[in-house]
Write a protein that binds this ligand. Structure first.
Ligand code: CS2
Length: 499
């Protein structure tokens, strides 16, 4: 089978969308660090729509892989083209996909192969935006305070290797230093990761790193760059070989690197782009005054519910989110979690009906065409839980309210750390703190009673800070840990219903 590339565009079947603008003169206006599946189904799709609706040759994207060459190796022979398969079910419940070939990625760089090329493109006069999807762990934050973890080996390395950094923050700051030295202006630095106040967070990390290099650089960044906060929402499961085959069968050519996405797309972003931006509102973005309330809503509801489904589902052997939410007890638990515990902590937003929001979320989770693996969401829990669950927990405890559902969710994470599901299947713990978490799991095994186990779990300060001081939380985590160990997920959820 031939490969997808520029020459193959003419052969694509009707109904497959493809670039309708002149790709040959696109300038690289956006440098994107972390060119994974999510970015290619979100930022790139919104940029593509902007290019279709308001052609502007300034907005091509240079993607940067911070670790692996696989994306570059797949996209280079395809002239940067790849397909987005939007997956859902038809009225009869049959899975279907709609394909779009996206053309706005002009080049992919592999940072470890050529770090100076990455620095140069950040420092290029054409670059106006540097965006990031590097996942939670890529920011090297202290999880509780959100500040730069200055003891992290990558941070230490990058402070002394201006020509060949390895972390995203290192590339950003050293690249900005080159811009400044060249007399160029600042750029907008746009985090698209699931972090609270992601723009402010990135701003603080960048400034902290820059200050170590010299106060004048930090001051220049402060004066010339902007850091819009933004809430991003689209479920993008990891692509499988079966997905690739289905896409090829429909395209008539082989695409080595397609991405799968749900139809839903949302992006609330603050319109603070010091050097301009594409017309992303033509591609589904909403420019808002303050994105933080939207981020809180999304992190607590979408991601909070997702992680709950992930740990309980993975332990029960429900491999995918649609399978997990298809269990009536699990569904009732997630409904109760959203309605009774998360929703009451959320800020009011114009036009937002939380009951409708929760209902549409359940429909998204039930999408049978996505096969979003619970184990995929379960990874990197230490990095995710503080903003997904613990903000809600903190708000509720401060208001003297109960945390029954969230206590069980935390217990499910503790249970998950044992690396063996209820059917005896072993799985690896994928988490940057895996070694510490394996040791924590051993402490949970040997603790003499449920309360001691809960205290051991909540005493894991990198994630929980000082939350173990709350008796209400300790009690609900203790009873969750006990029930999950003795009864298993299904019976625990059933009993939860009955209380
Ligand atoms: C998921 C998210 O993998 C995960 O942790 O919860 O990637 C989720 O699918 C997106 O944030 C949805 O917008």
């Amino acid at each position: 089978m031939n490969r997808l590339n520029a020459a193959a565009l003419d052969t694509l079947p009707q109904g497959v969308e493809q670039p309708r603008y002149d790709r040959s003169t696109l300038q690289p206006g956006i440098v994107h660090l972390g060119i994974g599946a999510f970015m290619r189904a979100h930022l790139a799709v919104a940029t593509e729509a902007a290019l279709h609706n308001q052609p502007d040759q300034r907005w091509g994207i240079v993607g940067v892989s911070l670790r692996q060459p696989d994306t570059r190796d797949a996209l280079a022979p395809q002239d940067g083209l790849y397909s987005v398969a939007v997956c859902d079910a038809d009225a009869a419940g049959q899975a279907r996909q709609h394909l779009q070939v996206v053309g706005c990625i002009v080049r992919v760089l592999v940072a470890p192969e050529n770090p100076s090329a990455v620095l140069q493109v950040i420092a290029a006069a054409t670059t106006r935006i540097v965006s990031l999807t590097i996942t939670e762990k890529g920011y090297h934050r202290d999880l509780v305070t959100g500040t730069l973890n200055q003891a992290h080996p990558d941070v230490l390395y990058d402070l002394t290797h201006p020509n060949a950094p390895c972390s995203a923050i290192g590339f950003v700051v050293h690249g900005l230093a080159l811009r400044r030295a060249a007399g160029l202006g600042g750029v907008a630095l746009l985090s698209l990761d699931n972090l609270p106040a992601n723009g402010h967070t990135l701003h603080a990390l960048v400034l902290k790193f820059a200050e170590q290099l010299g106060p004048s650089l930090a001051q220049w960044i402060q004066q010339t760059c902007s850091f819009p906060n933004s809430m991003v929402d689209r479920i993008v499961p990891r692509t499988t070989d079966a997905d690739r085959q289905r896409v090829a069968a429909q395209l008539g050519v082989a695409d080595a690197w397609p991405v799968m996405a749900e139809p839903f797309f949302d992006w609330a972003v603050e319109d603070q782009f010091v050097a301009g931006r594409p017309a992303w509102d033509r591609g589904g973005a909403r420019f808002v005054e303050a994105a933080e309330p939207y981020e809180t809503l999304k992190l607590r509801m979408v991601n909070g519910a997702h992680s709950t489904l992930a740990y309980l589902g993975a332990m029960a052997g429900w491999a995918t989110v649609d399978q997990a939410i298809g269990q009536p007890t699990m569904r009732r638990f997630v409904e109760g979690l959203m309605r009774d515990e998360i929703a009451p902590t959320l800020p009011a937003l114009p036009g937002l009906d939380l009951t409708d929001y929760a209902a549409s979320l359940l429909t998204r989770f039930a999408n049978p065409a996505l096969a979003h693996h619970t184990q995929q969401i379960a990874m990197d829990g230490s990095q995710k839980l503080p903003q997904r669950w613990l903000g809600t927990v903190g708000d509720r405890l401060a208001a003297g309210q109960g945390v029954r559902h969230l206590g069980l969710a935390i217990a499910a994470w503790g249970h998950y750390l044992r690396r063996r599901d209820e059917h005896g299947h072993h799985y690896p713990l994928e988490d940057p703190l895996a070694a510490e978490l394996v040791a924590l799991a051993a402490r949970l095994e040997t603790a003499t009673n449920a309360k001691a186990r809960a205290l051991a779990l909540l005493g894991f300060a990198p994630v929980f800070g000082d939350l173990q001081g709350s008796e209400a939380l300790v009690d609900s985590v203790a009873s969750g840990l006990d029930a999950l160990r003795d009864l298993g997920v299904t019976a625990t959820l059933k009993r939860f219903d009955e209380v």
